[in-house]
Design a protein around this ligand. Structure first.
Ligand code: HEM
Ligand code: HEM
Length: 188
């Protein structure tokens, strides 16, 4: 598989960034639902609520770096041409939806970071290293950031659902091999 995108398919770097961000998103949603429901004095798979919060914050910050790399890569490397089987309307909506997905990739970690720093909770990276808090306690900012974090986390589910739905519709019903352009081990 070529390193860079060609006119007909995504290269290894785009695919690596796409699927690592996807895996981290899955961890974020699963982790968030555990940490917000687990009682403080209980553990799940040997991890306490505090551990889940730490992993959520740490993975979220890794995701922010990957999103930044991904955006830089997209801006400096030409994308493949649109799949020929996508209609004009699907191209227009996909383009807008991808822009929204990029906004989510940035807004979610940034709002999460602002919430924990302005709320005075801080980040203990992977449970080991306390990050400096450059903001200090600011209640209004913390509340605003939390609202953004929650609203965007629900909005992202809608954008991801549309994105995945379109891909599966083309691949499974239209049988045009659409997902092969991005699947990790596909040679097409
Ligand atoms: C793309 C990355 C992220 C995703 C997808 C994500 C997703 C979520 C979701 C779905 C929730 C549960 C919302 C609810 O209460 O219904 C949540 C809560 C939370 N997130 Fe994130 N998050 C991300 C990054 C971060 C980062 C980087 C931090 C902090 C550094 C963070 C801190 C928190 C905290 C503290 C809560 C609990 C808020 C509360 O008390 O209700 N998140 N996140
Ligand atoms: C967190 C979840 C996801 C996000 C944020 C996301 C985001 C994106 C973005 C922004 C692109 C445009 C190319 C780029 O800039 O890298 C893209 C392309 C693509 N994604 Fe996803 N994606 C997600 C999950 C998925 C899943 C689960 C599938 C498979 C069912 C999928 C299939 C594809 C395909 C096939 C393309 C290429 C589309 C084309 O050829 O025009 N994505 N994705």
């Amino acid at each position: 598989m070529p390193f860079k995108n060609t006119t007909t398919r995504y290269g290894a770097v785009s695919r690596f960034l796409h699927w690592s961000v996807f895996l981290l998103f899955v961890c974020q949603y699963v982790g968030a639902s555990i940490m917000t429901h687990l009682a403080r004095d209980k553990t799940l798979f040997g991890l306490s609520q505090g551990d889940y919060y730490n992993w959520h914050k740490s993975f979220g910050l890794i995701l922010l770096e990957l999103a930044l790399l991904r955006l830089l890569w997209r801006k400096t490397t030409p994308l493949p041409d649109w799949a020929p089987t996508l209609s004009e309307a699907e191209r227009t909506i996909s383009h807008r939806n991808e822009t929204l997905l990029y906004w989510c990739m940035f807004l979610l970690p940034i709002s999460g970071y602002l919430f924990v720093m302005a709320g005075g909770f801080g980040v203990k990276l992977f449970g080991v290293y306390d990050l400096l808090n450059p903001i200090g306690k600011q209640e209004t900012l913390a509340t605003l950031a939390l609202v953004v974090h929650i609203v965007v986390s629900y909005a992202a589910v809608v954008f991801i659902a549309w994105h995945v739905g379109l891909g599966l519709k083309h691949h499974l019903f239209d049988r045009d091999g659409f997902l092969n352009r991005m699947l990790p081990f596909s040679r097409q």
